[in-house]
Write a protein that binds this ligand. Structure first.
Ligand SMILES: [Mn+2]
Length: 237
């Protein structure tokens, strides 16, 4: 039994064939898929618009597997998708399951009011697409970092927010619990602190968690060649 957990693919109206093929292969390779939020970018399009994009084929593909979709802060409208996709289990807050003597708690992570959230002037109750410019600006900036030698410093800096999440779960975590988050765009596997983060599927890099009988593993695959001018090597950091 193979479970794949990924998050923060932030799919936009711009269809990306390589990203599509990567996600398709990833979905087909698993028995169970858990999308841990921010699957599509709800600040740049409505749910109706998203369902008209070619990305929709992924949702149909997910219907052939056991799929759990935990809603994030960028794809809040996904909670209204249930009636279109009865075969996908849509979860608003957290998804809990037991495997191999452990209890896994899967949650996007925006519920914890992390430091950066307090500085981003985004009101989710207002018209979300009015913040498209902010989301696109950040997307281009992050893309530059991720595709160059700045990937490592950026994702390591974001671990500050993983540390905040670790502190937040400390009181709640029981002995055999593992908390799995997304949201911070920083992949991490820290079993000692009962913590994992699935990272991103964006800017050419596919980061995800794989759970099998052997346990939880953090993975990273480049589905697009990196910027040769700025990267140190084709693989890894
Ligand atoms: Mn998020």
């Amino acid at each position: 039994m193979k479970t794949i957990i990924f998050s923060d693919s932030h799919l936009t109206k711009t269809f990306d064939e390589k990203k599509f093929q990567f996600l398709k292969k990833l979905i087909l390779s698993a028995d169970r898929i858990i999308i841990n939020g921010d699957f599509w970018e709800g600040f740049t399009m409505t749910l109706d618009e998203f369902l008209k994009t070619d990305w929709k084929a992924l949702l149909q593909l997910l219907g052939t597997k056991e799929t759990i979709y935990v809603v994030g802060n960028h794809d809040e409208q996904a909670k209204n998708m249930q009636r279109y996709f009865p075969h996908i289990k849509i979860v608003n807050d957290r998804y809990v399951f037991h495997e191999g003597g452990k209890r896994y708690i899967v949650q996007h992570g925006h519920q914890y009011n992390l430091t950066f959230q307090r500085y981003v002037p985004v009101n989710l109750e207002a018209n979300p697409t009015s913040f498209a410019w902010l989301v696109y600006t950040y997307m281009y900036l992050e893309s530059f970092f991720i595709r160059t030698i700045f990937k490592w410093p950026l994702q390591m800096t974001y671990r500050i927010f993983n540390a905040e999440l670790k502190r937040a779960i400390k009181k709640e975590a029981k002995r055999n619990d593992i908390f799995i988050f997304g949201h911070t765009h920083s992949p991490e596997l820290d079993i000692k602190h009962q913590f994992a983060n699935s990272g991103i599927v964006r800017h050419g890099v596919g980061q995800y968690l794989e759970l099998t009988e052997k346990g939880l593993v953090s993975k990273e695959i480049w589905y697009e060649p990196r910027n040769k001018l700025f990267s140190l090597s084709k693989k890894g950091f």
